[in-house]
Design a protein around this ligand. Structure first.
Ligand code: COA
Length: 344
């Protein structure tokens, strides 16, 4: 039995904000942002758009691709949605602060009438955590066959647009994959799908990437003065060091424990936080930077959406072939980290 990725889709808001657009309002420049992060632009949602709207668009995109490319027997995306058993959505910017889960809103609008739905809060590692959670839920029960795994964010709502060291980093977007439990082998010749996942957390770094206001530690109370909206605070240097270390460790762990070499891996699809993090990891591992797929220049850091958006793009551009061994790897608030080894 294997858990295979059937299709990958995405949604990106049409409004594109370039570094030069930001430099009109902030003391920054295209040169600084590109040289320190590799980012050239980001896409930002308009007022009135919530994360479930982006997630829903990515979901329909994924289901439609699966139908159009005849990867499933269903003939409409609506019929395919009705077959979903689980919807898992990784996000740090849900529609609502406490409840309901954004995944439930997506489930309803998709007409996924028999699906269970839940959100995953694992920062930018949300998609990797979500993929493993959905795979585990499918494996737990004979009758569960299909799941939709999403990463969706509107972090533009939670950054201080006057904080030049932070606001330049993030963009909005959503990505999704349709996964299915099949009878292909998970090991040995002809193995398919999700082979193994590593998940980890180092909560001692919780303060390094944090939104302090609004949770049970610092709740809003009746009568509180209206103040600055809750915003992300970050220790950029600490996160950077953590990220490089973990990307290297996860890749080395897969190589040694799965008895594979770098030549066996067709492509590494990392979380797109900063091109310099990826370059530093490649250097430490002694591998060419081109082994990593990087599209941060156009989208900036879309947090839990960055890996599924990258998978969609790589696949659409012909960069993935069925049977390729790929590795996804990520890190984020928590601090969390993780990676999955997948036969595409
Ligand atoms: N434009 C121009 N100058 C800027 C700037 C901007 N957008 N942002 C910061 N600076 C300035 C700082 O004020 C500082 O100036 P100073 O030396 O006069 O004090 C200088 O640039 C260096 O700042 P520093 O914070 O040391 O830069 P850095 O090289 O560490 O890069 C980050 C900052 C945020 C790009 C980098 O630390 C990073 O990417 N960290 C990881 C963040 C991340 O990935 N978070 C999400 C994880 S999921």
């Amino acid at each position: 039995m294997a858990i295979e990725i059937i299709a990958a889709g995405r949604a990106v808001p049409p409004r594109r904000v370039t570094n030069n657009d930001l430099a009109e309002k902030l003391d920054t420049s295209d040169e600084w942002i590109r040289s320190h992060t590799g980012i050239g632009a980001r896409h930002i949602v308009d007022d009135g758009i919530a994360v479930s709207d982006l997630a829903l668009e990515a979901a329909w995109n994924t289901l439609t691709l699966a139908v159009e490319e005849r990867l499933v027997p269903e003939t409409t995306a609506e019929d395919l949605a009705k077959t979903l058993d689980i919807i898992v959505l990784g996000t740090s910017s849900p529609d609502y602060h406490v409840c309901p889960a954004t995944a439930c809103i997506v489930q309803d609008k998709l007409g996924a009438s028999r699906a269970g739905a839940l959100d995953i809060g694992a920062g930018c590692s949300g998609f990797i955590y979500g993929l493993e959670t959905a795979a585990g839920l499918l494996e737990l029960h004979d009758r569960r066959k299909r799941a939709l795994v999403l990463g969706a964010e509107t972090l533009s709502r939670f950054v201080d647009w006057n904080d030049r060291s932070l606001c330049i980093l993030f963009g909005d977007g959503a990505g999704a994959v349709l996964i299915e439990k099949t009878c292909a082998p998970r090991a040995g010749p002809g193995k398919r799908g999700l082979l193994r996942t590593i998940l980890g957390s180092d909560g001692s770094g919780a303060e390094y990437l944090i939104v302090r206001k609004g949770g049970s530690r610092n709740p809003y109370r009746t009568g509180d003065p209206v103040e600055k909206a809750p915003c992300i605070e970050m220790n950029g240097r600490a996160v950077y060091n953590f990220a490089v270390k973990k990307v290297v460790e996860i890749i080395e762990q897969f190589l040694s424990e799965e008895n594979i070499t770098m030549e066996d891996i067709a492509r590494i699809v990392p979380h797109q936080a900063n091109a310099r993090i990826i370059q530093a990891a490649a250097k430490r591992l002694g591998i060419p930077e081109e082994k990593f797929f990087i599209n941060i220049e156009e989208y900036a850091n879309t947090s839990s959406a960055s890996i599924p958006i990258a998978l969609h793009e790589l696949n659409r551009n012909g960069g993935l072939r069925r049977g390729d061994l790929i590795l996804i790897v990520g890190f984020g608030a928590g601090l969390t980290y993780g990676g999955s080894l997948i036969v595409w």
